[in-house]
Design a protein around this ligand. Sequence first.
Ligand code: NI
Length: 254
Amino acid sequence: MIFDTHAHYDDEAFDEDRDEVLTSLREWGVGTVVNVGASMEGSRRSVSLSEQYEFVYSAVGVHPDEVGELREEDMEWMREQLQKPKVVAVGEIGLDYYWDKEGHDLQKKWFLRQLELAKELKKPVIIHSREAAADTMELLKANYHGEMPMVMHCYSYSMEMAREYRKMGLYLGIGGVLTFKNAKKLKEVVENIPLTSIVLETDCPYMAPEPNRGKRNNSAYIRYVAEKIAELKGITYEEVVEQTEKNAREMYRL
Ligand code: NI
């Protein structure tokens, strides 16, 4: 069944019908969801969603746009949460020089700090990196020891970079962008990277694939992404779903 490795059902976009959306996912072939924290509040809500729904797991972490709120005691809270069996990863953490909401030094500081926590606890890591390819690579190379599986969420860089990440054993998170007309570079990456390195994600409520581009996204729409991967690779939809689920389980150790 479809494994959505990256969702934000804690987002207020789901306030009206969260339970309805989540409980209907099985009908659409979605078997597992990892709800990913982006702020401290979002991380708290992620944990509670994973306590509420059997098929939902959570990740705790703070997105580069939100690191201004972080304090050392928040690391303690994360450490405690990460002992819980349904809290499976640290994320999303990283660098975002596109929105550039916080200074680069501060972004790097907390990216590293959260990476260290993952390393200490040997937990998988979900990385957010936008227009920060070189710095992300540099920080990862210096700190990656292969003990924690990692995913480059919403992969947006080049084929060359994808090869580098693959050498380091990272998974690439592929979502709605793949179905966009102008996603030439990403299509090239998906065509050339083995399916064993790909995991599926929504990043919902954002990034809805065609034909729902611009609407609120949810894990049921992942099938359009899986269909596109199947088409690009000349394999069946079922193969894509099966292999990416296997990859996701390996990555999150489920
Ligand atoms: Ni996200």
